[in-house]
Design a protein around this ligand. Structure first.
Ligand SMILES: Nc1nc2c(ncn2[C@@H]2O[C@H](COP(=O)(O)OP(=O)(O)O)[C@@H](O)[C@H]2O)c(=O)[nH]1
Ligand SMILES: [Mg+2]
Length: 245
């Protein structure tokens, strides 16, 4: 999951709501933050990697790399900042162009699970982007969803994540309000319990744990991942073996 948007629009605040349910009033600039969350949902294990980007992107190649590796996207602008809305429009175009180039498809046929967030809905008084402009942006595109949210008041944040996971065909239990958040120690205990009882599916619940000290994969691993996606996983191996004489 890649979070993109101008600086100070609330990207890190959204990630913080997602991972630990907290909100920081104080601004701390992000260079690039990487988080990992593991889930056990009715016996199936999922790993969600989250890339919280800086917003000013002094290195365009790095932004392109994050778009290429990303599978689901959250584009954030601040409702009190018109320029940040324009940036989201540019980012959306860049994502579709980059992904269609990777998959050798035309822009219109590309499917990218993507949610656009107008954040800081609590600052209604300072609003610079009007509802009808936003509706125009999303109305013509059924592949993306729009939510007006407030990370500060925790308004619409869970709903936004639920929609994103549904668009990505992932279990909606990955949304913060639909699973039990547990510590690493508790997760170990559950794992042992499941081994003892053999059938994890019987526990029938969803829980998630934030992996401490997760590190972003190296550029080399990212490039290998992109290559695998471009040639289509298992089919790629067949292609390599094919000999034309
Ligand atoms: N009023 C208000 N402030 C917010 C909201 N979300 C974030 N902020 C504040 O906006 C500033 C920038 O937030 P941050 O998440 O660091 O932005 P980022 O640069 O996009 O990651 C911080 O001071 C946050 O406390 C919100 O929903 N409402
Ligand atoms: Mg940030």
């Amino acid at each position: 999951m890649v979070i993109l948007g101008s600086t100070k629009v609330g990207k890190t605040a959204i990630v913080s709501r997602f991972l630990n349910g907290r909100f920081e009033e104080q601004y701390t600039p992000t260079i690039e933050d990487f988080h990992r969350k593991l889930y056990n949902i009715k016996g199936d294990v999922y790993q969600l990697d989250i890339l919280d980007t800086s917003g000013n992107h002094p290195f365009p190649a790095m932004r392109r790399l994050s778009i290429l590796t990303g599978d689901v996207f959250i584009l954030v602008f601040s409702l009190d900042n018109r320029e940040s809305f324009q940036e989201v429009l540019r980012l959306k175009t860049q994502i579709y162009e980059t992904k269609s180039c990777l998959k050798n498809k035309i822009k219109e046929n590309i499917e990218v699970p993507l949610v656009i967030c107008g954040n800081k809905g609590d600052r209604e008084f300072h609003r610079e982007v009007q509802q009808d402009e936003i509706e125009q942006l999303v109305a013509s595109d059924d592949k993306c969803a729009y939510f007006e949210i407030s990370a500060k008041r925790n308004e619409n944040v869970d709903k936004m994540f639920q929609t994103l996971f549904t668009l990505a065909k992932l279990p909606h239990e990955m949304s913060p309000d639909l699973h039990r958040k547990v510590s690493v120690q508790y997760c170990d205990m559950l794992h042992r319990k499941s081994l003892k009882h053999k059938k994890m599916k019987d526990i029938g619940e969803a829980y998630g744990v934030v992996t401490p000290c997760a590190r972003r994969p190296s550029v080399h691993s990212d490039l290998m991942y992109i290559k695998e996606k471009a040639i289509g996983g298992g089919h790629g191996k067949d292609k390599e073996r094919c000999v034309i004489s």
